[in-house]
Design a protein around this ligand. Structure first.
Ligand code: NI
Length: 230
């Protein structure tokens, strides 16, 4: 399941983040790439653990922690500290798959990467190219979102970033381990959650609808109890 989470950050938060990111140190992006993806990767990154990355990363994590759509779609267990990349002057990232396991910087903690996220920090009209292309069994999905919006997709997918031929593409990217490893289970729980919410919103006066919503909420939590890994 590939899902767009609109307005993770407000316009003011994007501006605040840009102020910090534009003045940060940028290095060759191959530092976080595995052997194979290093050959495909051509971009700039802020070094892991850099104060600017930490500061804006915390802003992102705080916003995500209060975002119901994100929490329902991802059911996150652990989120990797957000990283930042920049593409310009024809830079791109060829087709690759993200590493399955990531170690937290300066710690022995590791996560299994179930979901990958890209949060955009530049408005789409300010640069050409730079689409994130995610391949799944339904084809190739091209993603280029407004500043402050984010895409979430299974880390199992092959993906690439098209060359940026005008302007610069600035994004945050990171991974997370979900309480549900399986994308199919996660999609099912997301659908169930949306249906329960719709039922609750549409028929607050209807006794049958209310009882049904309560019963389905029970099903939701009991499925989570059966499937969740912590
Ligand atoms: Ni990737």
């Amino acid at each position: 399941m590939l899902i767009t989470i609109p307005d993770v950050l407000t316009t003011e938060q994007v501006a605040e983040a840009r102020e910090i990111l534009d003045n940060a140190e940028w290095v060759d992006g191959r530092v976080t790439a595995g052997h194979q993806s290093a050959m495909a990767k051509d971009n700039l990154q802020i070094p892991e653990g850099h104060p600017a990355a930490k500061q804006v990363g915390n802003l992102i994590l705080q916003a995500l922690g209060q975002n119901p759509l994100f929490l329902s779609a991802a059911l996150p267990l652990r989120i990797f500290p957000p990283l930042f990349n920049k593409y310009s002057g024809g830079q791109s990232f060829g087709t690759h798959v993200d590493n399955a396991i990531r170690q937290f910087p300066g710690s022995s903690m590791r996560i299994r990467t179930d979901l990958s996220a890209t949060l955009f920090f530049e408005e789409p009209e300010n640069y050409d190219g730079g689409e994130l292309c995610v391949e799944d069994t339904y084809g190739v999905h091209q993603v280029k979102l407004p500043a402050g919006s984010m895409v979430l997709y299974p880390s199992t997918s092959l993906h690439h970033v098209k060359p940026v031929t005008r302007g610069a593409r600035l994004c945050s990217f990171f991974w997370m381990q979900s309480m549900l490893r399986d994308d199919g289970q996660r999609s099912l729980m997301f659908d169930l959650d949306l249906a329960i919410q719709r039922l609750g919103n549409e028929l607050p006066e209807n006794d049958v609808a209310n009882k049904t919503a309560v019963q389905l909420t029970g099903v939701y939590h009991n499925l989570l109890r059966q499937w969740a890994e912590m």
